[in-house]
Design a protein around this ligand. Structure first.
Ligand SMILES: Cc1cc2nc3c(=O)[nH]c(=O)nc-3n(C[C@H](O)[C@H](O)[C@H](O)COP(=O)(O)O)c2cc1C
Length: 357
């Protein structure tokens, strides 16, 4: 089973890079392949969400939100790209279509300690299209190949691409096959494939995640025809069992919305996908583990809400979920609010006779 590709290489992975120790070296991260990852999501997978997820899963590959090459070039790099070493293994997702600019982003990402840099060729939003990047780049594989070549030449960490199975009328399997072949010849070895086409006109980004049908078979076929590439499937998975099942056909599974709507879904992930033996943290332990992080950030003036907004779904499906969310929502926006809000919400959960947190 192709899953072996992920586990075999992961056996070499030195877990000390997941502590507050120095970033993993390019040599280490070069070997990394992951059977499971959490998808890049704008306004969701920011550093605070990622730190929170690290309290649940230490091993899953995490992605940033997409950051444009223009923002990286001209913006506040620390604000846009800063992260805690605890978040490794971590991939930076960039959006852009200029090879030199993307190569520069790749250099910055590597120097900052990211483990991978990923080019977004899947986002269909109008804003992204007007900048000529995202999913519309599937129509110009030669240009994407130039971008990939420039990025690979600039760094040692892996360069990957996240794309769709097609866009607009360019949606035959052969079109995607040609796209992947062109990029693989440029040196790209890792592909995350959202198993839906995107309509660039007429559908909102949200509809483009729901309306076009999922075609998992196309992604499985891609793996069969390119056995040496790392092919990760994405789209519509809500359970780890589904991810395990997919590993019969592909090398990795990327989960997006379900990782946000039900973060504790990943609690058993390190055991099931990475053979980790560490005890699984309970939900309350996860909340408790966030307290010192919250104290550090609120002491620097960050509004509590910026962190707790990602923690609202921690008790998804549990008896105390409603009270947890209500306390966090009502109290996190109050001026000066800090980790006492978490403690209060934890106490409410623990005092709930129905809760098995
Ligand atoms: C709120 C939101 C923001 C997203 N932002 C990005 C992004 O920045 N880059 C990207 O490649 N995909 C983005 N996506 C798409 C996801 O990465 C993923 O491909 C999609 O949600 C399908 O996977 P899922 O069914 O597991 O959610 C976003 C999705 C959502 C829901």
């Amino acid at each position: 089973m192709s899953y072996a590709l992920g586990t075999k290489k992961l056996a070499d992975f030195d877990m000390t890079c997941l502590s507050e120790a120095p970033h993993s070296s390019p040599e280490t991260s070069d070997r990394l392949t992951f059977p499971i990852s959490i998808a890049p999501m704008m306004d969701r997978t920011d550093r605070h969400y990622r730190y929170f997820m690290r309290q649940i899963t230490r091993r899953t590959l995490l992605y940033t939100e997409m950051v444009t090459s223009a923002a990286i070039k001209h913006g506040d790099k620390d604000y846009l790209l800063g992260f805690s070493p605890m978040e490794n293994p971590l991939a930076l997702q960039v959006g852009g279509d200029n090879p030199q600019d993307l190569a520069e982003c790749a250099r910055i990402a590597e120097a900052m300690g990211y483990n991978e840099i990923n080019l977004n060729v899947g986002c269909p939003s109008d804003r992204v299209q007007s900048g000529h990047f995202g999913a519309c780049l599937m129509k110009t594989p030669d240009l994407v190949a130039k971008c990939i070549e420039a990025m690979i030449a600039a760094i040692k960490i892996p360069v990957s691409v996240k794309h769709r199975i097609g866009v607009d009328d360019l949606d035959r399997y052969e079109d995607m096959q040609n796209f992947v072949k062109t990029l693989s010849e440029a040196g790209c070895q890792r592909f995350s494939v959202h198993a839906r086409k995107a309509w660039l006109q007429g559908l909102s980004p949200k509809d483009n995640r729901e309306v076009p049908p999922l075609r998992y078979g196309d992604v499985h076929r891609l793996k069969q025809e390119f056995p040496n590439l790392f092919i990760e499937i994405n789209g519509g998975f809500t359970l780890l069992e589904q991810a395990q099942e997919q590993l019969q056909y592909v090398d990795g599974v990327m989960i997006g919305r379900a990782a946000y709507d039900n973060p504790y879904l990943f609690a058993t992930c390190d055991r099931e996908f990475f053979g980790d033996k560490n005890p699984i943290r309970g939900r309350v332990e996860v909340a408790e583990a966030m307290i010192s992080y919250i104290d550090q950030w609120t002491a620097k003036g960050l509004k509590l809400h910026k962190i707790t907004r990602h923690m609202l779904q921690l008790f998804y499906g549990q008896a105390g979920s409603r009270i947890w969310k209500r306390i966090l929502t009502d109290k996190s926006c109050i001026a000066g609010a800090g980790s006492e809000v978490i403690r209060e919400a934890m106490a409410a959960i623990l005092n709930n006779p129905l809760s098995n947190a």
